[in-house]
Write a protein that binds this ligand. Sequence first.
Ligand SMILES: *[C@@H]1O[C@H](CO)[C@@H](O)[C@H](O)[C@H]1NC(C)=O
Ligand SMILES: *[C@@H]1O[C@H](CO)[C@@H](O)[C@H](O)[C@H]1NC(C)=O
Ligand SMILES: *[C@@H]1O[C@H](CO)[C@@H](O)[C@H](O)[C@H]1NC(C)=O
Ligand SMILES: *[C@@H]1O[C@H](CO)[C@@H](O)[C@H](O)[C@H]1NC(C)=O
Length: 409
Amino acid sequence: MRSLAVIATLCGLSAAWMPGVDRNIYSKEGANLFKRISPITKRTLPTSGKIRGVNLGSLFVFEPWIAENTWSNMGCGNQASEFDCVMNVGQAAANTSFSNHWDSWIVEEDFINMTTYGLNTVRIPVGYWLREDIVYTDSEHFSQGGLSYLEQVCGWASDHGLYIIIDLHGAPGAQVAQNADTGQYASSPGFYVDYQFERALEFLEWMTTNIHTNNNFRNVGMLEIANEPVQDPNSVGELTSSYYPNAFTRIRAAEAALNISQGNELHIEMMNEKWGSGDPTQYLTDNWYAAYDDHRYLKWDTSVPVTPDDYLNTSCNDDRGGNWPTIVGEWSLSPPDDVQWNSDWDPSTNQAFYQKWFAAQVMTYEKQEGWVFWSWKSELGDYRWSYQDAVAAGVIPTDLDSLYNLGVC
Ligand SMILES: *[C@@H]1O[C@H](CO)[C@@H](O)[C@H](O)[C@H]1NC(C)=O
Ligand SMILES: *[C@@H]1O[C@H](CO)[C@@H](O)[C@H](O)[C@H]1NC(C)=O
Ligand SMILES: *[C@@H]1O[C@H](CO)[C@@H](O)[C@H](O)[C@H]1NC(C)=O
Ligand SMILES: *[C@@H]1O[C@H](CO)[C@@H](O)[C@H](O)[C@H]1NC(C)=O
């Protein structure tokens, strides 16, 4: 049992904010990734350091399509989701294979490489099952022991001065059907009932307390409360009228119990109105430190004509505003599946196009609060889903400010 005095001391170390806006953050070497070194000369450049980040996809919520080889080596081949794999291989074997995965998929050097690429943020998708006492042991099957690995990666990210967004990507009951990105391949979205909302709220309280009392989490400034709910306001129950306001109340109460000062409170992030699960602000009575997540995959927007020129034009003129502050928390360089290997889109012969499209998206998303690419790495051998592969292919420059000089938009 921690004494109050110890908690008070640890709170002095904790931090929660928007980087560069509410405060500056530094690596252990004193580097500040949010301060622009060169003077800002272009009208279009953002006036302060924007979020420039990558998602740690398939780390704590495994999406098999991103890393089929690793999935298979974990004994999960043919299994649709984490839940299915753990049920199939058993808890003991899953404990071992998932621990090995957490220990190897992302290592400290990844964060060093991110900083050399000019990135300043990581978004970390997690599942509610990280809090093991809310998992129904008789009917739910998930990996165990993930928290210490989350501490480890957040500690590394903090050491290297990166800002951290923790994202509740897998919600209790599954917030969408048949998608491994919830951690389970559910036949229907079971999240939108009170007892599942309640489990998510218990997760958020617990995560909030961990963030403020464990120094490894010192650079976590934002907690996203539900990734990608169903895109139909009529099918999400009381998501906006009950779950969102209750999440604010419960997170702030957990912070009040720790005597966290107002400026140190977490930003609480919801999908923006453009996502299509309702207006996230509609029932909020207090939107202090609220933030909004925009996911922008042109590949799934059937209103955009499928040509490289139209993609560039659309991205240059794409208004992602509406809620403020908005972070474009997921996007990629992938075009629609049915054209992605055609000569117009083949990544091995169209690097010049992909570089321009990357620049167009970055400049547009930096009109908002910034962006987080999906994802940092993959085993697809396709740089359109892997930031580090795109850097290696010369499609993404390591000097991100140079994108403003390409004359793309
Ligand atoms: C970091 O970048 C270096 C240089 O490109 C590369 O050799 C190394 O494999 C990268 N580390 C990781 C963990 O990807
Ligand atoms: C799995 O790991 C958890 C936490 O690390 C531990 O409490 C549990 O006993 C393990 N289960 C088995 C069956 O080994
Ligand atoms: C809460 O924090 C404030 C300063 O932030 C301090 O003055 C006050 O004594 C603290 N209260 C408790 C109960 O720790
Ligand atoms: C570019 O996009 C804008 C709006 O997104 C549209 O109004 C305009 O017609 C497009 N231009 C071309 C050349 O396609």
